[in-house]
Design a protein around this ligand. Sequence first.
Ligand code: FDA
Length: 315
Amino acid sequence: MEASDLLRNSLLHLAKSTRVRDFVEEAPVSRSVVRRFVPGAATADAVGAVGQLQVTQRMATIDYLGEDTTDLGQATHTRDAYLALLSELARHRYTDDGRAEVSVKLSALGQSLPGDGHRIALDHARAICQAAANAGTTVTLDMEDHTTTDSTLESLRELRQDFPAVGAVLQAYLHRTEADCADLAHAGSRVRLCKGAYKEPETVAYQGAEVDRSYVRCLKVLMAGQGYPMVASHDPRLVEIAGALAAKRGRDPKSFEYQMLYGIRPEEQQRIADRGDQMRVYIPYGEQWYGYLMRRMAERPGNLMFFLRGVATRG
Ligand code: FDA
């Protein structure tokens, strides 16, 4: 195994460790270090970040951080956080024309609760979709580890019966995803394509450079289809290929969009928005930033160095 894979796997392992999380959360990390990637814990922090992005013609999708809840109270709290967020976004008119939407993890809404988890998460998601529709916008269902893919796509189908604009996320690293892209590339279907952020076994997922090749195959399917592709990647090669495929298919710039994470490649985000393409930034906020931040570290050692320098200079 290469050193970079070893580091990535270790960080993804640490992302699940509650002991390390407690340590890191209590370390004297400056707010500004975490805030490069997470604008804050409160609704107002997320709404403020959306406002700043809209001034620079960038759209937003907002994620209230938290996942793998096995506590019904926490799942309900997450639903309520989204309802409050959507109401604030609408009050500022940031949701007009869907310029700000929300991204939701079903596991944060109770998907992993024993027994009735699927139904509880679906009910919570339905309430969020209704609030989003009232605010003039929509929801995208984040995709989590491969054990949840079928259940999440089943929830997507159910939600789309009442809210057809609900977006899906597909992960190019899974062997199944090219076929899922073909299924979801129909008119009106919003599909975010990402590489995939979880540690997955070779039995279900491509590894290394194979992931990029799968991403391109999936992009071809989505760009050739009738749906609305959302190209979620910071990878300059994939961003360029997406643009070339859209041009080849004669796609209008309004018929697809690029997406990147808050704080990652902001100059590139701006360049894409300035040339007249649609750019949406994924903004995570909330108290539970630890797992999210560790996944970003796993993706790029440069992010890890930035973080450690911040800890060291303040520790
Ligand atoms: P990757 O991390 O391989 O980076 C490729 C290249 O991008 C690098 O070589 C470098 O050139 C450039 N780059 C990356 N980071 C940089 C940085 N900090 N500074 C400068 N250059 C940088 N995952 C998931 O499993 N489920 C989900 O629901 C989502 N949702 C989601 C939404 C959005 C909007 C995004 C952008 C991503 C996700 N993801 C996700 C995460 C996704 O699966 C993936 O883990 C990350 O986007 C990282 O993959 P990249 O495609 O960016 O390439």
